[in-house]
Design a protein around this ligand. Structure first.
Ligand code: NAD
Ligand code: TYD
Length: 355
C-alpha cells in the first residue's frame, strides 16, 4: 500500500507527510514541482527514510502522473498542490488557473483512468481527496452564521475562484464518472514551515528583523485559524472514514480579527524574545498599510459535520498552537533566513513597496 501526495514540499502538504510517516508505516509518494513555495528543507528529517519517495514534477504533466500511478499503484491520492497566496493571485492570476484548475483536471483524469482499471477491493477502496479552502464561499457579514458545506459558492479573489473551479471539477468527476472523491474546505492554517509571505510567519519574521508589521486596511478582517497539525489529522480522518462524494468543512472554532493576531504575536515575542527588534515592545512596529483589493471581510467555518459524522475535533487551542508556532520560528530562524535570501525578496518589493 502507498499513497500519492501532491504538493508535499509545501506548508500543509509537508506537515501532512511528516505527520503521516510519524504515525504509520505506509509509504508516501510525494509529487511536487518545487515552485517558490516548495522547499525540500521542510522534509529534511525524512531525507533518508525509505518510506518517502520524492518526485520533482508538475501535476499538469499527464504522462508523468500516469506513469507514477502505474508504477506505484497508490490506494489514494491526497491533493494539496496549488498556488495558494491571495496577494500573488492579484498580481498574477495565470499560474493559479494553470495549477489549480488545469492541474486538478489533469490529476482527476489520470486518477479516473487508473481507477477504471482497478478491480475488487482496490477499486472500492480507492480515494481521491481534494484539499480546498473556506475562501470559495466568499465573505461573511459580522452576524452571519459560519459557512456550512451547503453555503453557496461566492469566490472573490483569483485564488478563491481557481479553488472553487477545482472543487466543481472534483464534484463533477464523482457525479458523472463515479470517481470516489472527498473534499475538505478548511480555514486559515498556521504552524511550522509556513511560508513567510502569509500573515503569521511574515509578522514573526518582520518583528525579529525590526521591520514594520504591515496590517492591511483597518486590521478588522476576521479569519478562523486552525493549527496545521489539526488540519492534517482531519484529512487523515476523512481518508479513513469519509464517504465518497461528501464535502467536509474543517475549522478551529477560532475567529479572530487580524489586528488581534498581530497583537498576540507581539505579546508572545515580547515574552520569548524581548528586545530583538530594537523596541521596548514589538507592538511599536505595527503599521497600517493600504488594503488588499477586494479583501474578504470575514471567514468562519461551521465544523459540526466532520465532528458529528467522523468524530474529528481540533486538538490544539489557539493559545497552545500559536505559542508552539512562535517557539518553532524562534528555534528555526535559519529556515526563514534561507527563504529570505532568495527570490522572495523580489516579492516583498512588489507587494509592499507601493502600499
Ligand atoms: P503552499 O503554497 O505552501 O504549497 C503548495 C505546494 O504545491 C508547494 O510545495 C509547490 O511547490 C507545490 N506546487 C505548486 N504548483 C505545483 C504544480 N503545478 N505541480 C506540482 N506541485 C506544485 O500551500 P499550502 O498553504 O501548503 O496549501 C496546500 C493546499 O491547502 C492548497 O491546495 C491550498 O489551497 C489549501 N489550503 C490552504 C490553507 C492555508 O491556510 N494555507 C487553508 C485551506 C486550504
Ligand atoms: P493571508 O495569510 O495572506 O491568508 P488569506 O488571505 O488566505 O486569508 O492573510 C491573512 C489575513 O491577513 C488577510 O485578511 C490579509 C491579512 N494580511 C495583512 O494584514 N498583512 C499582510 O502583510 C498579509 C500577508 C496579510
Amino acid at each position: 500500500m502507498t499513497i500519492l501526495v501532491t504538493g508535499g514540499a509545501g506548508f500543509i502538504g509537508g506537515n501532512f507527510v511528516l505527520d503521516w510517516l510519524r504515525d504509520c508505516d505506509e509509504p508516501v509518494l510525494n509529487l511536487d514541482a518545487l515552485t517558490y513555495a516548495g522547499n525540500l528543507e521542510n522534509l529534511a528529517s525524512i531525507k533518508d527514510d525509505p518510506r518517502h519517495c520524492f518526485v520533482r514534477g508538475d501535476i499538469c504533466d499527464r504522462a508523468l502522473v500516469d506513469s507514477l500511478l502505474a508504477t506505484h499503484q497508490p490506494r489514494a491520492i491526497v491533493h494539496f498542490a496549488a498556488e495558494s497566496h491571495v496577494d500573488r493571485s492579484i498580481h498574477g492570476p495565470g499560474e493559479f488557473m494553470r495549477t489549480n484548475v488545469t492541474g486538478t483536471f489533469t490529476l482527476l483524469e489520470a486518477a479516473r483512468a487508473h481507477w477504471n482499471a482497478l478491480e475488487g477491493s482496490a477499486k472500492t477502496g480507492f480515494r481521491f481527496h481534494h484539499v480546498s479552502t473556506d475562501e470559495v464561499y466568499g465573505s461573511l457579514k459580522p452576524n452571519d452564521p459560519p459557512f456550512t458545506e451547503t453555503h453557496p459558492y461566492e469566490p472573490n479573489s483569483p485564488y478563491s475562484a481557481s479553488k472553487a473551479a477545482s472543487d466543481h471539477l472534483v464534484r463533477a468527476w464523482h457525479h458523472t464518472y463515479g470517481l470516489p472523491v472527498t473534499t475538505s474546505n478548511c480555514s486559515n492554517n498556521y504552524g511550522p514551515y509556513h511560508f513567510p509571505e502569509k500573515l503569521i510567519p511574515l509578522m514573526i519574521a518582520n518583528a525579529l528583523a525590526g521591520k514594520p508589521l504591515p496590517v492591511y486596511g483597518d486590521g478588522m478582517q476576521v479569519r478562523d485559524w486552525l493549527y496545521v497539525g489539526d488540519h492534517c489529522s482531519a484529512i487523515r480522518t476523512i481518508l479513513a472514514k469519509g464517504v465518497p462524494g461528501e464535502v467536509y468543512n474543517v475549522g478551529g472554532w477560532n475567529e479572530m480579527p487580524n489586528i488581534e493576531i498581530v497583537n498576540t504575536l507581539c505579546a508572545l515575542l515580547d515574552d520569548l524574545a524581548p528586545g530583538v527588534g530594537g523596541k521596548a515592545s514589538y507592538r511599536e512596529l505595527i503599521t497600517y498599510v493600504a488594503d488588499r483589493p477586494g479583501h474578504d471581510r470575514r471567514y468562519a467555518i461551521d465544523a459540526r459535520k466532520i465532528e458529528r459524522e467522523l468524530g474529528w475535533r481540533p486538538a490544539e487551542t489557539f493559545e497552545t498552537g500559536i505559542r508552539k508556532t512562535v517557539e518553532w520560528y524562534l528555534a528555526n530562524q535559519s529556515w526563514v533566513g534561507n527563504i529570505l535570501s532568495g527570490s522572495y525578496r523580489e516579492w516583498l518589493e512588489k507587494n509592499y513597496a507601493s502600499r
